[in-house]
Structures are given as C-alpha cells and as structure tokens.
Design a protein around this ligand. Structure first.
Ligand SMILES: Cc1ncc(COP(=O)(O)O)c(C=O)c1O
Ligand SMILES: [Zn+2]
Length: 392
C-alpha cells in the first residue's frame, strides 16, 4: 500500500443501546449497557471515493478495503498478507453431498493458518495506532498464535491465557512469536476471567473477541471478499463454524455496509451457524427463540475454535441467523473427523475440524430439505488441519 489512503471511520456505536463513542480513545464494551461496540463509517462519502473498479487493482490482501477499516493512518497497518484467500469450486464434494454448486473459502491459507489473522491484524494495527504497548487475550488456540504473531510484528508485548488442552501448534506458535503464555486448567471462559483480571492489574489491553471493537472489522473482510470474488453476486447460503461469533457477525456487517455503498443490493445469503454437539449455546438459543444464549455447561469438543460456552455477541449472531432466514445446528466430533477425511480426499483441502463441521451441517440441511440441490452454497474452512495433528 503506497498510495495515500483515507479512512471513513467516524465513531464507535453500541449495537444494543445506540450510544456513540469517540474513535480516538481506547474503548472496549459500551460504557452504558456493557454490550458490543461497532465501528461506524461515513459510507456515503466512502462510496464517492472508492468503488469495486478501484479496489480491483489493489494488492490481494484484506487492507484493500482500507477506506472501510478502522485504522486512520496507513502507517499503523500491521500486515502479514492476510486475506484474499481463494474460493474453491468443490464439485466432487458437492456431488457427494448433493449440491451442484459448492464452494469453500479456504481461510487455512492465511498467515498463522486461520481466519484469526484477519481479526488480529485489524486489532493489533488499531492498538498500535492508539499507542497501546501490551495486549492480552484468552484463546482456545488459533487466535493466540495470530495475536502473538501480529504483536511481534508490531513491537507490542503480548500475553496469552490458553486452556492447557489447546492444540500443540497454537501453543508453540504463541511461544515462538514471543508471547508470554499461561496454560489454564479450564475452558476459554475461565481463561477470559484471568486475562481480564491481569489486564486490569497491569494496564494491558484485553483483545477478547467482540469485547474490543476491532477484531470484527478484520473478520468482516471475509464478507467483502466473498462478494468481490464472486463478482458482486452473493451465494444463496453461507455456513459458518460459530464460537464467539465474530466471523458470522462480521460477514453480516459487511453485507450491510456494501449495500449502503451501493456495491450490492438487498439480497442476502441464508446464514447458518454450526456448533459442536458438546458445546452448542447458540443452537439452543436459536431453537428456543431466545434473544440471548445461556452459557453451555461442561463444554466439550475437540474442535477447540468452537468450544466457546458463552459469547458476548450472542444477540448479534442470533439476529443475523434470523434476519437472513438461516438457522443453527450442531454436529458430533465423530462426524467432523469423518468429514475431514472425506474433504481432504475428494478436494485436497486439509480442513480444520471446524471447517469440516460446515460440510457435515450441509449434509444435514440437505437431508432435511432446508437446502436444495441447486442452491449455491459457500462453506468457510476457517483454518488449516495442520494445526490439529494430535487429534486423529
Ligand atoms: C478454526 C476456527 N474456526 C472457527 C472459530 C470460531 O470463530 P468465531 O469466534 O468467529 O465464531 C475459531 C475460533 O477460535 C477457530 O479457531
Ligand atoms: Zn450500549
């Protein structure tokens, strides 16, 4: 990125009570109601400045959408080349499942081998711009490796609190890239409590997902890319493995922003969240018609990225699923393991368990006729199977 770019980021706004917050100071959750803050942009002005034709010629990474990203001065962008991952036609897998037009967006090709690179590139860049020097987070795995890698590149000190049974690759990655790693005898929610306490004691900035406003801005670029890479046409269905929900919420936000800029129309994909049978708080809340999700007790699945017993953005995830006429369903660990082998063999994509979960969900949605054979379906493989080698 060498030409000088202008961000149209205007302010932060609470997704629940609508209160506005100053973009130039450090913010986490809404100071009034404690809910999630979203970055807001002057999209009408942005649309005068950029359009799909201009973006087309930019470097193939997520910062090609700089005008609708929260960093104000380009010099603070901390990048390892994240984003613009391929959308692959999966004809053989589609035939196996009964879908004529099946696509997988392979997020395993990101730096640090998962889509977490996007959120952390955005959050670490913004932290750098705000002058933050130490960051912390609880992580079930992939986010830790991404945070410590981007923090290393930014010259920011990082601290990670991770369940001790997180994948080996994630622990190693965080340690190698210089994070101080503490392994916790518990779940990500337990790690979250410790991370928050330590953040307060030591004046570190806690970048827990959706508890700071910028990771979702990185993840929303998946939505921009899906539209751009599909020639500004939107698939009929998107299936996403949902933990904290930042991915699904971000993609949904992107569609809204693109419509306001006139890049797409009012059409939306049906959004489906898939969770593990051993940890499915969003599925339960969706089926109960609840606005919020009760925390899941005794969360258990080898798919560590979706072993998230409670999500602060639960109401945002549920809203996206409902407004899009999509849904939520869970799959078993054994089904994920079997599907990992099927996808790897048929398509040559060594998916992570969470990515495999989306194909299992698709199979179920086809068998219950919620998805038809001529629906165009896009699955998100959120990470590489190479990060989970100990779980055969
Ligand atoms: C590979 C993988 N897939 C999916 C998720 C869940 O993502 P989100 O928090 O956006 O719901 C994670 C989170 O750790 C992950 O690592
Ligand atoms: Zn609020």
């Amino acid at each position: 990125m060498n030409q000088s770019l202008k961000s149209f980021f205007t302010h932060l706004e609470c997704t629940y009570c609508g209160q506005k917050f100053d973009k130039t100071i450090v913010n986490r959750l809404c100071g009034i109601c404690g809910k999630v803050l979203f970055a807001k942009y002057d999209l009408l002005s942005a649309a005068q400045f950029i359009n799909p034709e201009i973006i087309k010629n930019r470097a193939p990474n997520m910062w090609r959408y700089f005008e609708v990203m929260p960093v104000i001065d380009q010099q603070y962008v901390v990048s390892l080349g994240e984003g613009f991952t391929p959308i692959l036609n999966c004809t053989d897998l589609g035939e196996e499942i009964g879908i004529k037009d099946l696509l997988i967006k392979d997020e395993g090709l990101n730096p640090t081998a998962s889509f977490k690179a996007r959120g952390l590139s955005a959050a670490v860049s913004k932290a750098k711009e705000l002058g933050i020097t130490s960051i912390t987070m609880p992580s079930a795995g992939n986010a830790a490796g991404a945070m410590s890698s981007y923090a290393a590149r930014a010259g920011i000190k990082s601290y990670v609190f991770m369940p001790k049974d997180a994948p080996f690759a994630n622990k190693e990655e965080a340690i190698m890239t210089g994070a101080t790693v503490e392994l916790i005898d518990g779940l990500i929610s337990d790690a979250g409590v410790i991370s928050r306490e330590k953040a307060q004691q030591n004046n570190w900035f806690d970048v827990s997902t959706l508890q700071e406003p910028y990771r979702v801005e990185g993840k929303k670029t998946m939505g921009y890319e899906i539209a751009e890479q599909m020639n500004w046409e939107i698939p009929d269905v998107i299936i996403y493995p949902t933990g904290g929900g930042t991915g699904i919420v971000g993609i949904w936000k992107a569609f809204d922003e693109m419509e306001q800029m006139g890049w797409i129309g009012p059409e939306r994909p049906r959004m489906y969240a898939v969770q593990a049978e051993g940890c499915a708080p969003i599925v339960r809340a969706f089926l109960n018609n609840d606005e919020f999700a009760e925390p899941w007790v005794n969360a258990n699945t080898y798919a560590s990225g979706i072993r998230v017993p409670s999500a602060i953005g639960d109401y945002l995830i549920l809203e996206a699923l409902r407004k899009s006429n999509g849904g939520a369903l869970s799959v078993s660990d054994q089904e994920m393991k079997n599907m990992t082998k099927v996808i790897s063999e048929l398509e040559g994509i060594f998916v992570c368990p969470e990515g495999a979960a989306t194909a299992v969900a698709l199979e179920k949605l086809v068998s219950t006729h919620q998805i038809k054979s001529d629906d165009q379906v896009l699955l998100l493989n959120t990470g590489s199977g190479l990060k989970y080698l100990e779980y055969k």
